[in-house]
Design a protein around this ligand. Structure first.
Ligand SMILES: NC(=O)C1=CN([C@@H]2O[C@H](COP(=O)(O)OP(=O)(O)OC[C@H]3O[C@@H](n4cnc5c(N)ncnc54)[C@H](O)[C@@H]3O)[C@@H](O)[C@H]2O)C=CC1
Ligand SMILES: O=C(CO)COP(=O)(O)O
Length: 333
């Protein structure tokens, strides 16, 4: 029996909808807040998120709403709006959040304007909430279709963390508890930037060896930044770090990986973004990751190269040559 029977989900994109479906399958009643009225209408009338996750028939215990105040009685809330919209959405929800509300941050990104992690954004907008982070290798369609998924659930309060796992977990959706929120956040944000790098490599036809090298050296970059910001190495080596890095870098199903693929094949960033409605978090997070690396005095050459390409400061071929021309060094460096 879970202490949290009614779950609010803020954001009816692919991932918010998949998490709503998961919570409903776990026996919860779900209120799913949608930014778009047509998405809410389709969910309530057709049992389908026709815009962001059309392949899945949604459980009857999911109700879509467009007034965020309707989530005021929820016992726990998952925030699944994209990272760059999260502050605005949480500001709107703040008057309706009760003291001690468990609020699970599910966006994988860093706020570009402030370099804030999602937990910082929550601390500034709803300081009376209890923060948690859910992150890990989980494509929305896999999770929504009930394929096996394991994720990290980070919460400093282990009792609340275990209650959240009891509310959301099933045999097919398996959250693992950690208390390291920074590690979970850095893993999710940095892997998106690295997935763009892997996509570029694949788009340029650089081969599987280069792909593996990028994952491995990218993981070193993620770990360096995470540790400098207070994360634990073992969190970064887990589902929310290495696990998600491997998934996102290995499948064109990833929006970040496919963005890189197109860049590697010569498509412009403007054309890529204009052709999709779905969010590509790594594009907004890349400059923030690089700025955080500078702030903390750590080297992240792969992320820097991605940022330079996205910002148009360098071309793909020049960025690749620059990376390959770096001095040889210790592998642990
Ligand atoms: N799709 C996936 O497989 C997974 C996504 N995530 C993360 O979940 C977060 C949300 O991504 P998705 O659900 O995939 O989004 P999506 O790409 O499916 O949909 C875009 C979302 O942005 C929202 N949106 C657009 N403009 C907005 C605004 N001005 N204010 C508030 N919301 C606005 C839309 O309502 C929609 O919910 C991202 O941080 C993503 O990295 C995490 C794990 C898996
Ligand atoms: O985070 C994800 C899988 O864990 C989804 O990745 P994309 O946002 O790149 O599609």
């Amino acid at each position: 029996m879970s202490d949290y029977q009614t779950i609010g989900v803020i954001g009816a994109g692919a991932w918010g909808t998949a998490l709503a479906q998961t919570a409903a399958k776990a026996g919860r009643d779900v209120l799913l807040w949608s930014f778009e009225q047509d998405v809410a209408d389709a969910i309530n009338t057709k049992r389908q998120n026709t815009v962001f996750l059309p392949e899945v028939t949604l459980e009857p215990s999911i109700e879509a709403v467009t007034a965020i105040s309707d989530l005021d009685a929820c016992e726990a809330v998952l925030a699944v709006a994209p990272a760059q919209h999260l502050r605005r959405v949480l500001e709107t929800f703040a008057p309706y959040a009760r003291d001690g509300l468990p609020l699970v941050l599910c966006a994988k990104g860093i706020e570009q304007s402030s370099l804030s992690l999602m937990t910082d954004v929550l601390g500034e907008t709803i300081p009376r909430a209890i923060p948690a982070v859910l992150s890990g290798p989980s494509f929305a369609i896999d999770t929504a279709q009930g394929l096996p998924t394991a994720v990290t659930l980070a919460c400093a309060d282990e009792t609340v963390g275990n209650d959240l796992i009891a509310a959301l977990g099933t045999s097919r959706f398996r959250p693992y508890l950690v208390t390291d929120l920074v590690g979970a956040e850095i893993g999710g944000a940095v892997k998106n930037v690295l997935a763009i790098a892997c996509g570029i490599s694949e788009g340029k036809g650089l081969g599987k060896s280069a792909h593996a090298a990028l994952i491995s050296r990218g993981f070193a970059e993620m770990t360096r930044l995470g540790v400098a910001m207070g994360a634990r190495r073992e969190t970064l080596a887990g589902l929310c770090g290495l696990g998600d890095l491997v998934l996102t870098c290995s499948s064109p199903q990833s929006r970040n990986m496919s963005c890189g693929l197109a860049l590697g094949r010569g498509v412009s960033l403007d054309d890529i973004l204009a052709s999709r409605r779905a969010v590509t978090e790594g594009v907004a997070s890349a400059p923030a990751v690089v700025a955080l690396a500078k702030r903390h005095g750590v080297e992240m050459p792969i992320c820097e190269a991605v940022d330079d390409i996205l910002a148009g400061r360098t071309g793909v071929d020049d960025a690749i040559e620059a990376l390959l021309s770096r001095p040889f060094t210790l592998e642990t460096a």
